[in-house]
Each structure stands twice: as C-alpha cells, then as structure tokens.
Design a protein around this ligand. Structure first.
Ligand code: ADP
Ligand code: ZN
Ligand code: ZN
Length: 738
C-alpha cells in the first residue's frame, strides 16, 4: 500500500484512546438487551434513532442507535458497518412511543423498532421514496467525453437546474445506461436525501360540498362539542348503526384540515372497503391509505409522505397507528370495539390504546366511534375519563329494527332454520324485500359422525371436530387448517352411515336455495370472498335491491351497507353467552347488534329474528328488550364483581409444547416467580387446549393496579432458561383469552 493512500478504516487499536466512540444498538432479535459496537474512525458518530448496520452472529443486521458512549460501555466490541440515516428515522414522537411500547408490552426494544419500520426500511439501504430517484450533477463538464448522448444528458441536467428525477430523464429519452456511464466518470450521482415530490396537499378549497347533508340536531350538538375542545380530549362517539357517525367524523376532519393539520383515521381490517375510501375521497379529493395488503414500496412511500406532512389524511388499519406524522391534529378510531385493532402475535399492541397514548402525548383530540363500544371505552366514558357523546337516532329518517327472540326448543331445524323463520323469510321475499341470514360457522357442517358406530371426524393435530365442507368436498380443521379428503364410508366401521351434524353457511345456503328456488342466494364468508372481485360483484348484485337472500358469517356484520335488507335472522345466539371466555358475551352482543344494524337502513323498517334455546336468558333479553347500552352496564357490573378487565389489568402468559408437561412446568416456574403482589390463575389448559400437534397452557395474571402488574411481570423478559422445545409468550391486555 502506498503511503499516499488514506489509511483503511480499522478497529481502534487502543481502547482507551477510542473510549468515546462506542454506540449502543437495539437489534431485531428476541432478546431483552442492547448491543455495543465501536464506530470506525472513517465514520462520524451516528445520531440517536438512526439506523445502522452491524455484524451479528454471522449476519448483517439493521439496528437502531440508542446511546452514544454509554458510561458502562463494553470496549472489546465489534465494528459497526454503516450508518444509514443522518437523523432519527422515527422522529421524536414515534421514538418515544417505541420506548413506551417496549416497556408497556414488555417486548424487546429491537423488535419494537422492526415493527415500527415499514418492511422496506428494515433493509440495509438509505431511505428514498421508490420510483422517484433524483440525479444531480457532481462533476464539471470539462470531463465529458465525446458521446453525444452523454453530453445531451449532462446539458439536460444543467438546464433543469442541476438535478432531475429519473422519471423526467426517461421522458426526455435517456435511460439508466447513459446515467451509469456519466456516474462512472463521477459527473452525476443519485441524490441521497429522500425528497418526496410535492403532492397536492388536501386543501380545504378542494372540498366537494355538493353532497354534504345538513346535520341532524343530534349530529350538530355532537359536532359543536367536538369543535369546542382543545388539546387532549378523548371522546367516545356512541351512536347506533346508521346514526351518522361517519358524517360527524367527516365534518370534524374538515375543520382540522382547514387548520392545516393532519388526520389519522383507523378502521377495522374488514371495513377498509372501497365504499369507505370513496366516501373520504369524494369529500376531500384525496386520502392516503395504509393496510397490510400493500406492496412494501407503496407502504414506504405513504409512510414517508405522512412523515413529511404530504398526506393530509391517512386512513389505515391497525398498524397505521404507528406511522409518524409531521403535524398530527386528530385521531379517529372507527368501530373502536373491533378485535382487529389488537395484534395477535409479536408486539401484541392494541391500536386503540396506542391511539389514546399518542393523542395524550401530542395533546390532540381523539374520537372513538362505535355503535357497540368496547367495555374498556364505555367504562372510561362512564367514569368521566372520556367525553360520552351519543347519537340515538338514525340519520336520514330510517328506523331501528325490532328484535324478536324465536324459541326453538323442541323445533325441527332445516339448514339451521326453524319453520317459523323460513315462513317469515318467504313473506319478506314475496313483499320484495331482502333477507340476511347470519351464522358464525363456515363450511357445510361443524362436524361429521358415523350413525352406526359413533365415530367422529377429529383433527389429528388438535383433536377438535373437523368441519365438513362441500365446496370442495373435504374435512377442514378450522383451528390449524389441516385438510383431509371426505370419504363416503366410515373409516372405523366401513358403514355407509356418515351424518353431517350441525349447520354451517354452505348447508344453510343449500337449504335456502332448495326452499326458494327463484330467489338468488349470495353466500359471504371467508371461503367465498378470497377474491375481492367476486365479493364486489356480489355486493353490486345485492345493491340492485331485488329480492335476494344473503347468508354469511361476521363478514356481513361489518362495513357494508345493505339498504334493502328488511329481515335479519341470527341462527344461533346461545353459544356466545355460555362460553368460558370472559369477553364472549361482550363480543356476541356486539355481533348481534352490528348484524341487526344491517337491517332497514333505508326506507323499509327492519325486523331481526334471533333463534335461541334459552329465550329466558337474562343476557339475551336485556340485549333484545333494552339494548346494548344496558346490556353493557349490567355486564360491566359482573366484571367488577369478578375483578376482571376493565376493572383490573390482566396479562396472559401462554406456553405450548408437543409434550404438554413442558409447557405446564414452565408456567409453574413463572407462576412461582411472579410473587404474591399479583393474582395468578393457572397454569390451566387453554380453552383450545391443542392446536396443530401442540398442547397449550396458560397463566392468567391480574393485579389491583397496572404498576403492580408490570412490576411483577417485568423480570419475565429476562428469563433465559425456558426449555428449547417450548414456545411461550406474554400478552398484556389480552383480547382473546384462549
Ligand atoms: P354510521 O357511521 O353511524 O353508521 P353514516 O355516517 O354512515 O352512519 O350514516 C348512515 C347513512 O345516513 C349514510 O347513508 C349517510 O350518508 C346518511 N346520513 C348521515 N348523516 C346524514 C344527515 N345529516 N342527513 C341525511 N343523511 C345522512
Ligand atoms: Zn362407523
Ligand atoms: Zn387442527
């Protein structure tokens, strides 16, 4: 090596002299600790919050710089490779939020950062909005060769003021080969900084006000209250289905947009329908979207645009709540009770709770809207922590449907439906109406039995009854997905005596087709809606308003509007009220209320029939005779008595192993370690004790305060000696307790 070559970047030979060049990095590994690296001399010190790449266990990982020269730094450490960002990639607010998430959900910090970053930003490369590479002149024209194309390209760049986007250069007839040739001579280069091209900001001036209805008196009062609020002001907008909650959001969003601030709207996974979007776009001209079905590129683009303040409105599902904003002025959580706001694995956060946290930190208003508020939010409203705003009437004059219980004790059911109900459906169709039949079971029949020997089809992995499907013919385990071919004869005794037991949507559909051969029957469940196109075609056919029957699962209960449905049938209401899961009654009441709300949204008055074997069950009669609000108040009382959430915080430790003893044993170790400042229930078999060859146990932990709960759980993250053949996890504020 000649003496003139600059010295290669090398490890600090003398730790003492380089003591001030150590950084502490959070890495995306499931360990509750950070890692120290030395910064080579050729690199500047990264700033806190910047992405860096480092060697780790033979791999190269992207981590986040958490501290510079920590006082207790390790000195015999490896070198950091590169620094990817010149600034904190998250910005201050999300950086603080990330640290809070790690503490609150007791989740490794490095994994929290990986969850917060869009996938494309987890790669070891600087951030640039994809597709808008900008090239700039980096050297003098005197070094240009003789190639006329290269000269023309150089001049084009000069004329454009020294830089131009790839798009513009392509339009002018140049390609990457020309650019690379100039780049090789050091004359042009890619601009490093991520600069989004200006996108038209959603100006209040672009508002389309032609189709804005006049608010009802109720809506006006609610809007006035919202607009009078300043700073952190959480409001529960508790309004029956069709009462015009969305219209209130739109009005309030308009005000916030006029002030120039950004708005985040969270919607359930299933509600991000083209209808929802087009409603926002019709009003505001533009609204950016974020959901799990986007390409990494598109997601990164929206993430950056939002961070840079170019998206005025961002509508998204759960993870959108983790997006950095430049100037967030309002958060709306629509259908705030929806289960999809809770992440079920990894960082098990509740997007609703994170929304509350962000609104508090940013000192901005927050609207939680629902026709069936979660007990958590209702509890907060009842004790005055949230403003309780009510909409009790349907906008546009439609009336709420009447709820009727149908006693099916001793009745014969056909395809799950009793004669009374089939007759009522027939009457409605004859009168030109549409009927919606709701049951929460996909497939043909929930189980298959032998009428001769009593054999039952059970999943080999879960021991759970397998669901019989007719389209295509198969047995499917709805818990682990295992499939089996459907045999004609009993595999045990070989008799031709197999009986489909119970009713799923396919069977119900078949019955209805047989009974009403002249009426189209549309089935809507997870099996028929894999293709968005087919779903939309169905929705369109239903939208034409001719007599039709809709059969489906809870997918029918959310998001869609069926203005011509005048009869709703709930096939089985009982299951949810006798389940061991403490949230099951809440969930069932929400489902029944939401599905009922699909009826009679336009001129026709609706009726809802609920089949039950327990017509005197007080839970059910409270719901049908008084309504969800009273149901919730009574259920909240029993939660208080039972010291369950929202009155006491809860955590669930789950463990599963092939040999159930390992899982149970590990949970016993944890139970002992938790001490007696918390209440520990278990280890007990999970409500679904076996899934896919693994046996599951769980430990339920409650405490009289959140502080106590966290104090007790905190050391769990440090536990290292879990048996290797075991999977275990910690869920703070669990939603499903099975
Ligand atoms: P929600 O979000 O509570 O279900 P929406 O805002 O979707 O209610 O309103 C239900 C229906 O009533 C929609 O078709 C909407 O366009 C209409 N609507 C809302 N507010 C008004 C109003 N003030 N006057 C007339 N129609 C309205
Ligand atoms: Zn048999
Ligand atoms: Zn299974």
């Amino acid at each position: 090596m000649s003496p003139s070559t600059p010295p290669p970047c090398q490890a600090p030979a003398d730790a003492g002299r380089h003591a001030r060049r150590i950084v502490r990095v959070a890495l995306p590994v499931p360990l509750h600790r950070l890692f120290d690296y030395a910064v080579p001399e050729c690199l500047p010190l990264p700033v806190i919050g910047a992405r860096v790449t480092v060697p780790f266990a033979g791999r190269r990982l992207v981590g986040i710089c958490m501290a510079i020269n920590p006082p207790d730094a390790h000195h015999k450490v490896k070198h950091l490779d590169t620094i990817l960002d010149e600034e904190n990639i998250f910005g201050f607010e999300i950086f603080e939020l990330g640290k809070w998430l790690a503490e609150y959900y007791l989740h490794p910090l490095g994994e929290v950062w990986a969850t917060l970053l869009p996938a494309a930003a987890r790669k070891p490369q600087p951030l640039r909005i994809p597709g808008i590479d900008r090239w700039e002149i980096t050297g003098p024209a005197t070094n240009l060769g003789r190639s006329p194309r290269q000269r023309a390209l150089y001049e084009t760049l000069e004329q454009a003021g020294g830089s131009a986007t790839m798009e513009a250069l392509k339009a002018a007839g140049f390609n990457r080969t020309h650019l690379r040739a100039l780049a090789a001579k050091g004359l042009v280069g890619l601009q490093q900084q991520a600069v989004a091209p200006p996108r038209r900001l959603i100006e209040a001036m672009n508002l389309n006000t032609s189709e804005v209805p006049d608010l009802t008196p109720e809506q006006s009062r609610v809007l006035e209250t919202l607009e009078a609020q300043r700073g952190f002001a959480p409001a529960l907008l508790d309004g029956i289905t069709g009462s015009g909650k969305t219209e209130v959001y739109l009005r309030h969003i308009e005000t916030v947009r006029r002030s120039g601030r950004q708005v985040l709207v969270l919607v359930p996974e299933i509600a991000l329908t083209p209808q929802t979007l087009s409603r926002f776009r019709a009003r505001f001209g533009e609204a950016a979207v974020m959901h799990s079905n986007m390409t990494d590129r598109a997601r990164l683009t929206e993430w950056l645009r939002t961070k840079q303040g170019q998206n005025g409105i961002l509508i998204g599902t759960r993870s959108a709540v983790l997006t950095p904003f430049k100037d967030l002025g309002l958060i709306v959580v629509d259908e705030e009770h929806d289960a999809s706001f809770k992440q079920a694995d990894g960082l098990r956060y509740s997007a609703r709770d994170v929304a509350v946290k962000r609104a508090r930190d940013l000192d901005i208003p927050l609207i939680l809207g629902s026709a069936t508020p979660s007990f958590e939010s209702l509890h907060n409203a009842l004790r005055g922590r949230y403003r309780h705003l009510r909409l009790t009437r349907r906008a546009g004059g439609a009336e709420l449907p009447v709820l009727r219980l149908v006693d099916i004790r001793g009745q014969t059911l056909t395809g799950g439906l009793c004669e009374t109900l089939l007759a009522a459906i027939g009457k409605h169709l004859a009168a030109g109406g549409q009927a919606l039949v709701f049951l929460n079971r996909r497939g043909f029949a929930p189980s298959l039995m032998c009428g001769f020997c009593g054999w039952q089809a059970r999943c080999r992995g879960c021991e759970w009854p397998m669901t019989m499907h007719r389209q295509p013919p198969s047995l499917i385990c709805h818990h682990c997905g295992r499939r089996q071919t459907l045999t004609e004869r009993c595999p045990e005794c070989a008799h031709d005596a197999l009986i489909a037991v119970g009713t799923g949507t396919q069977r119900c559909e078949a019955t209805l087709r047989e009974r009403f051969p002249d009426t189209p029957v549309y089935r809507i469940d997870r099996d028929t809606t894999r293709s968005q196109k087919r779903l939309e075609a169905k929705l369109e056919a239903i939208g034409r308003g001719e007599p039709a029957i809709l059969v489906g699962t809870q997918m029918l209960a959310k998001g869609h509007h069926f203005p011509d449905v005048s009869l709703v049938a709930v096939i089985n209401a009982d299951g949810g009220f006798i389940s061991p899961d403490f949230r099951a009654p809440e969930r069932t009441a929400q489902l029944i209320t939401q599905v009922s709300g699909r009826a009679g949204r336009a001129e026709r008055k609706g009726v809802v029939y609920i089949q039950t074997y327990q017509p005197d069950n007080p839970l059910l009669t409270t719901l049908t005779e008084i309504g969800y609000g009273e149901f919730a108040r009574r259920e909240l009382e029993s939660r208080a008595t039972a010291e369950l959430p929202p009155f006491q915080p809860m955590a669930l430790v789950r463990a599963e192993s092939v040999n159930g003893d390992d899982a149970r044993g590990w949970l016993s170790v944890i139970a002992a370690a938790l001490g007696d400042t918390v209440e520990v229930f278990g280890p007990a078999p999970a409500i679904m004790p076996r899934v896919a060859d693994r046996i599951r146990y769980q430990l339920m932990v409650t405490a009289t305060s959140r502080g106590r709960l966290h104090q007790a759980l905190k050391p769990l993250g440090m536990l290292k000696d879990a048996p290797r053949n075991l999977r275990w996890s910690l869920d703070i504020d669990p939603y499903d307790t099975y």
